[in-house]
Design a protein around this ligand. Structure first.
Ligand SMILES: NC(=O)c1ccc[n+]([C@@H]2O[C@H](COP(=O)([O-])OP(=O)(O)OC[C@H]3O[C@@H](n4cnc5c(N)ncnc54)[C@H](O)[C@@H]3O)[C@@H](O)[C@H]2O)c1
Length: 286
């Protein structure tokens, strides 16, 4: 199989479903051998079967991202199965706790850091020696870490937001430390993306996904393939001079706000607001 990830070996944490599952499939379609490192063996088996159905290579490693030694076992398994390691995608994460901070308990704070930040450290630390070995013999070693729009702009979930902002700064420092040794590190920050994480919430509140779409400049939420294609790009040689970058995959959500179009007359492009300003005599006549 030939493609943008030909002869590469990749680990995708949380590769059993959602963004990670789609990433594992896209990597395999482009020629990578993929280790799915996930807590859930059944979900992972589905993705592995999907990959094998088109002739791709995939194996499973049981991973609980909260357990440091599982990260070491995951890297050993990749070497045992495929002989080397070129790409690490730290995808597992998630957050909870939209409390006001004077009511934010330490358990919630710790949950977010244990699940959304510390695993990135455990997995990068475990994988780096093998990524460096790969970089010595061929170009293309890299890490892609998953953040969130919550890590970029204040919009709720304060402990999760702080943890994801930590992922971003941690990744930028890895980029600085290891770029000269041939290992690139980058970050992808998704907007709300339709995965199993959201399923119970969307099922309980069918208006939520449309509301989240409505506040996005592109009037939709993300799909896992949107993220998988961005992760693939950053892991591929097409991004060979991109290091320490934070790529929002968010429909423009963190680019700014279209609040004027909403508050100024309501039409989609904001024209009514600016027409009303012109008609009110606020601009000098030319
Ligand atoms: N989905 C979104 O709306 C969204 C938005 C912003 C950021 N993100 C980020 O994107 C990443 C992926 O999100 P998603 O929605 O695809 O994830 P998800 O919750 O759907 O889960 C992905 C996979 O992680 C596995 N997993 C869960 N706990 C694990 C653990 N302790 N150890 C190992 N594997 C475990 C699950 O089995 C599943 O296969 C996360 O870092 C998340 O913070 C997601």
């Amino acid at each position: 199989m030939s493609g943008r990830m030909e002869n590469r070996v990749a680990i995708v944490t949380g590769g059993g479903s959602g963004i990670g599952g789609e990433t594992a499939v896209r990597f395999a379609q482009e020629g990578a051998a993929v280790l799915i490192a996930d807590l859930d063996p059944d979900r992972s088996t589905n993705i592995i079967e999907k990959i094998r159905s088109f002739g791709g290579r995939a194996e499973y490693s049981k991973l609980d991202v909260r357990v440091p030694d599982d990260a070491n076992k995951m890297v050993s398994k990749a070497i045992e199965c495929f002989g080397s390691l070129d790409t690490l995608v730290n995808n597992v994460g998630g957050g909870k706790g939209d409390d006001l901070i004077n009511e934010l308990d330490e358990e919630t704070w710790n949950f977010n850091f244990d699940f959304a930040l510390k695993p990135t450290y455990y997995c990068c630390r475990a994988a780096m020696p093998k990524l460096l070995e790969s970089a010595e013999v061929r170009p293309g070693a890299s890490i892609v870490n998953l953040s969130s729009v919550n890590g970029m702009t204040g919009m709720g979930l304060p402990a999760y937001a702080a943890a994801k902002a930590g992922v971003e700064m941690f990744t930028k420092n890895i980029a600085i430390q290891y770029g000269k040794k041939g290992v690139r590190s980058n970050i992808v920050a998704p907007y709300t993306t339709r995965t199993d994480f959201w399923k119970p919430t969307f099922d309980a509140d069918p208006d939520l996904a449309p509301r989240l779409a409505d506040i996005n400049p592109m009037r939709r939420i993300g799909n896992p393939i949107d993220l998988a294609n961005a992760i693939l790009f950053l892991a591929s040689d097409e991004a060979s001079f991109i290091n320490g970058a934070l790529l929002p995959v968010d429909g423009g959500f963190t680019a700014g706000t279209d609040i004027f179009s909403r508050s100024g007359g309501g039409d989609e492009d904001g024209a009514a607001f600016w027409r009303s300003q012109a008609e009110s005599g606020n601009f000098p006549k030319s």
